[in-house]
Write a protein that binds this ligand. Sequence first.
Ligand SMILES: [Zn+2]
Ligand SMILES: [Zn+2]
Length: 343
Amino acid sequence: MDFIQIYIAEHAKELGLLTVDLVLFGFSYYAYNKNRHNIACIHQSKYKGENVTYKYNELENNTTYGLVKGTVTPIGKPLTSLYDNSITGVVQKLSITEHVASRGRYGFWSEHSRVLHERNNSSPFCLINEKFKILVQDASYANQIDMHVTYDKFEESSPSVMDLLLIIASGSRQRGIQTTEEMLKAGTVVSIIGDIIVAKDNSYTIAPPKDKPFYIITGSIQTLLSHLESNKQLYKGFSIVFGAIAVAILFYSGKQVYAKYKAKKTKEEKDRRLRETRHQRRAAMRETDVVEELRCVICQIHGREIVFKPCGHFCVCEDCNDSITSQCPMCRTVIQERIPTYL
Ligand SMILES: [Zn+2]
Ligand SMILES: [Zn+2]
């Protein structure tokens, strides 16, 4: 208990640092683990690629985690780019981002951006290759989906004189608005990793799995794996660094706290022994007939033996002193120090 109290009272800075560090460690470790999990899932999956030959009731739950590759083919009317009628696709992501420059605490201007609006659309599609056809479900839930940027425009703001005055006053300036459209275009050849489900009529669907990653990628599986691998290594490195910092903080501050804790305990023990011997000595040499004016105000038997600080009252014997917890019995001042006194 004392140990923790000393820690909180005297090492608040270290504790704050430790908290921040542990949050960063937690985040890094989570990211590392997630990448590791995703890599393992891909390795365990069966690379079907060109063909799925399973029939209904051949698989447990009629589902297997795997990869298929084919051409994105819309079912029905596809989505059309808002900026180019000739571009059609099945997944569309529109975003409007504001770029702002603001003056920081030290007078430097820094730039940051804020998403003002984001919209996702999707329409049903399947993957087709020479061998088979598979329906793709919930493509927008993919952990990663490689899309084409079909529109990207940055409109710079041109401030008026009034605006300029406001900018100087507020220290913040809108640099411009960026409008972006990304699409998974019809006709793109993609690989999808997910749950392949076989239906009763032996038709196939690929859908987001429950606890495995769902990818829609235009590159090769090796590229995806090496990307995940480098992320894994990066977060592993962060985890080690933040973990080591936590250990170092705990070690050094813990050592200091332990030293203080031990010193406190030793002093308490020493004080206790001193008090004991003093008690014995007092008991041995106490006078039996103390004049009334010098008797302890509490027991009215022993002589007065303790001076309280800061009030300065000299009013109790050593035995009664032990039963007084905080206030002087004469004036109710909180006692900060008790000085044994001999007449
Ligand atoms: Zn007394
Ligand atoms: Zn007093």
